[in-house]
Design a protein around this ligand. Structure first.
Ligand SMILES: NC(=O)c1ccc[n+]([C@@H]2O[C@H](COP(=O)([O-])OP(=O)(O)OC[C@H]3O[C@@H](n4cnc5c(N)ncnc54)[C@H](O)[C@@H]3O)[C@@H](O)[C@H]2O)c1
Length: 340
C-alpha cells in the first residue's frame, strides 16, 4: 500500500488527540514525533508504539524518511515551523490559524515559502469534514434549499480556557471563531465582504487583562449578497454547543447537536434528551479522521485538499475585521482579493 511517511510536531491538547486518530489511518505511517516537553509524555508514546521521539523539530525536518509533517504546535509557532517545513521540502498539514499576527504579511510570507517549495499545505478546518455539516454543504450545493440567503452558526465552548493557553493559541476570535468564519464562507460558497461584531466579557472580566473576550455576536455580509449570523460563548453550562443552519429561497437545512445516544425520555413531568458530546475531541472525531484521510488521498492520489492557504487567510481577515469592529463599534469591510 502507498503510504504517507509523516512526522508530528507538537503534542499538546490537539496533537495528542490527532496522534491517536492518525494511528488508525493505514495510509499514514508516523515515522517520528517532536515535542518540546517530550519527557512528560514519552512513556505514553512508547505505549502507543511511537518510539522515535525528539525535542527538536529541526531534527524531525531533517529526517529523510519523512515526506510530510503535521504541525499541531501552539499557534504562535506556526509561521516559523510551517516556513521551515516548506524549506525542508515537506508536505504540510497545519492547525488553524497560520498566525495570530494581525499584520497579514506574516501569513502571506509563509504561503509564499510554501508556494516556492512546491509542497502541499492543508489547514485544519476539520468542521468542513463533519458528517452533519458536510451533508448541509452538499445539499446546499445540490440546490435543495434554492438560493442560500442566511447562514446561522451557534458555537459555544463548555467552559473557559486557562489564560496561558489563550496566550499561546489565540483568543476567542483567532482560535475559536476562526472555525465559524470558515464554516460560514464554506456553506455560502462565497467570500465574507463585511463584518459587524459586538463582543465582551460577560463571563470572566479578567480576560480583559489578556485582551480577550468570552461572548461574541457577529453579522456577516457575503459577496453573493447573502448574510450570516454567528454567536459564540466560552461557557455553555449544558456542554459543547455546535449548530449550523442554512436558510434559502426554497427551504432550510439545519444540524443540531450530536450526543452519544438518540434516546429521549418523555414522562408526565418532562421530556429529556442527552447532552451534546462534551468537547471538540469527541464531537468532531469523525471530522478529524476524515480530514486526515482526505489529506493522505490528496498526497497519494492527487485528490483536492480540504482547506488551503487562501481559506485560512480569508478566515483570518474576517477575525481582524471583527476585532476592529468591536474596537470601533462600526462594521468593517473585508478585502476578498488575494495574490501571493
Ligand atoms: N481544529 C481544532 O478543532 C483544534 C482544536 C484545538 C486546538 N487547535 C489548534 O491546535 C494548535 C495547538 O493547540 P493546543 O490546544 O493543542 O495547544 P497546546 O499548548 O496544548 O499544545 C501545543 C503543543 O506544542 C508544543 N510546542 C510548542 N512549540 C514547539 C516547538 N517549537 N517544537 C515542538 N513542540 C512545540 C507545546 O509544548 C505544546 O505541547 C493551535 O493552533 C490551536 O488553534 C485546533
Amino acid at each position: 500500500m502507498k503510504q504517507v511517511h509523516a512526522g508530528i510536531i507538537g503534542l499538546g491538547r490537539a496533537g495528542q488527540m490527532h496522534l491517536k486518530n492518525l494511528l488508525t489511518i493505514p495510509e499514514i505511517k508516523i515515522e517520528q514525533v517532536a515535542e518540546v516537553f517530550i519527557d512528560n509524555i514519552s512513556e505514553q508514546l512508547n505505549d502507543l508504539g511511537v518510539t522515535n521521539q525528539t525535542k527538536d523539530y529541526h531534527e524531525l525536518l531533517s529526517n529523510p524518511n519523512i515526506d510530510t509533517v503535521f504541525i499541531f504546535t501552539s499557534t504562535n509557532t506556526h509561521e516559523e515551523i510551517v516556513t521551515a517545513a516548506a524549506q525542508a521540502g515537506k508536505n504540510i498539514f497545519c492547525e488553524k490559524p497560520l498566525s495570530m499576527n494581525t499584520e497579514e504579511e506574516a501569513s502571506l510570507n509563509v504561503l509564499r515559502a510554501v508556494k516556492k517549495a512546491g509542497v502541499k499545505l492543508q489547514i485544519g478546518f476539520n468542521r468542513r469534514m463533519d458528517p452533519q455539516f458536510r451533508n448541509i454543504f452538499e445539499n446546499v450545493r445540490a440546490g435543495k434549499i434554492g438560493a442560500p440567503q442566511v447562514v446561522k452558526i451557534t458555537s459555544r465552548d463548555p467552559d473557559l480556557l486557562p489564560h496561558d493557553l489563550i496566550k499561546r493559541i489565540g483568543g476567542l476570535l483567532f482560535d475559536f471563531t476562526m472555525h465559524d468564519f470558515d464554516m460560514a464562507r464554506y456553506m455560502m460558497n462565497s467570500n465574507i465582504t463585511e463584518v459587524y461584531a459586538k463582543g465582551g466579557t460577560l463571563i470572566d472580566p479578567t480576560l480583559k487583562e489578556i485582551n480577550d473576550i468570552d461572548t461574541l455576536v457577529l453579522v456577516l455580509q457575503f459577496e453573493n449578497g447573502a448574510y450570516g449570523l454567528i454567536d459564540n460563548s466560552r461557557r455553555a453550562v449544558y456542554g459543547y454547543d455546535q449548530r449550523v443552519e442554512v436558510f434559502g429561497s426554497a427551504g432550510m437545512l439545519k444540524a443540531e447537536n450530536v450526543s452519544d445516544s438518540t434516546v429521549e425520555l418523555y414522562n408526565d413531568q418532562r421530556t429529556e434528551l442527552r447532552k451534546p458530546l462534551p468537547m471538540f475531541q469527541e464531537r468532531y472525531r469523525p471530522a478529524y479522521i476524515a480530514e486526515m484521510k482526505k489529506f493522505a488521498q490528496s498526497l497519494l492520489n492527487g485528490e483536492p485538499l480540504v482547506a488551503q492557504g487562501e481559506d485560512v487567510i480569508m478566515a483570518q481577515r474576517a477575525a481582524v475585521a471583527a476585532q476592529k469592529s468591536i474596537e470601533t463599534g462600526l462594521p468593517q469591510k473585508v478585502d476578498t482579493t488575494l495574490s501571493l
